[in-house]
Write a protein that binds this ligand. Sequence first.
Ligand SMILES: Nc1ncnc2c1ncn2[C@@H]1O[C@H](COP(=O)(O)OP(=O)(O)OP(=O)(O)O)[C@@H](O)[C@H]1O
Length: 296
Amino acid sequence: MNFWGFINLKFLLDVLFALGFGLLLFSRVKEQRTLWLLRGYLLLVSFAWFIQRYAYLPLTSKLIDAVVLACSLSLAILWQGELRRLMELLGTGRLAVLLGNPPKEFRATSTTVNQLVDAAGKLSQNRKGALIVVDLGSDLRPEDFLYSGIKIEAKLSTDLLINLFATDTPLHDGAVLVKGNKIISAGVILPLSRQGISRYGTRHLAALGITERFDRCICIVVSEETGTLSLANQGKLERPITSSRLQELLIKLVGNQNTSGTPKSSSNKTNSYQKTNTNDTITVEKKLDKQNTIQD
Ligand SMILES: Nc1ncnc2c1ncn2[C@@H]1O[C@H](COP(=O)(O)OP(=O)(O)OP(=O)(O)O)[C@@H](O)[C@H]1O
């Protein structure tokens, strides 16, 4: 291969890698505003590269470089949480999570959703405080917590969840970690969030803390004081919510989890879910659209 052939091949590979990286970044961003920012930033970087390589305009090139540097600094401040998460995932080798293809064992089913809603509803009625972390693909590891708790490794069930939060048991303090249809551990101490310190107690701050660090995990919170149900997702707390709203949100999130990565071909499907009400249990027929189909 001659020198020019090598240069061209290198150039092609460079462009291909850059395109691949750009597409990967775009596929990970969901929010429209973030998408615009990212698009503008990448355009600016490409423009700076083009001027530097082909235009031979040293002054213009310097000016554009200065603008790119200023934008990089602003974005680093704006996206510090996301960048920190990215480095944590890279540093701990969670490439499957980065590429948006979480391992199959995290896939929750409609049964998991029913059991979680059922347990949360009953705990709320009895004013038992609870904190349930559901890993939907963040591949949470012991080092992600302040204390990783006691290993349980048992099949998820409503009764076991209720039992773990019974006030006279040693494991009721802290959070329970759920992955797929398994309870992994109990008594887990989560990192606290700094947002809303004056508004929330530590249980709710813990739910915000873990969900703002990992975007594919959610936290169900039951307040001991008021029995209020809440759901934390991506550092935001929705509260107060009813059992049926919790079920709706879980179905949506689990549906998104199962359709992210490899898209599934499915027609509109009707699923039955058990919904816990204050006095009775009723069966709700939920017609799910293509996006939110849960594979049992
Ligand atoms: N970092 C943490 N990780 C996991 N669980 C925690 C953490 N901090 C507190 N908790 C749980 O929250 C309980 C204390 O809740 P606290 O009253 O301070 O918060 P809260 O948000 O007001 O909750 P509640 O509405 O239930 O009173 C602790 O007993 C413990 O079980």
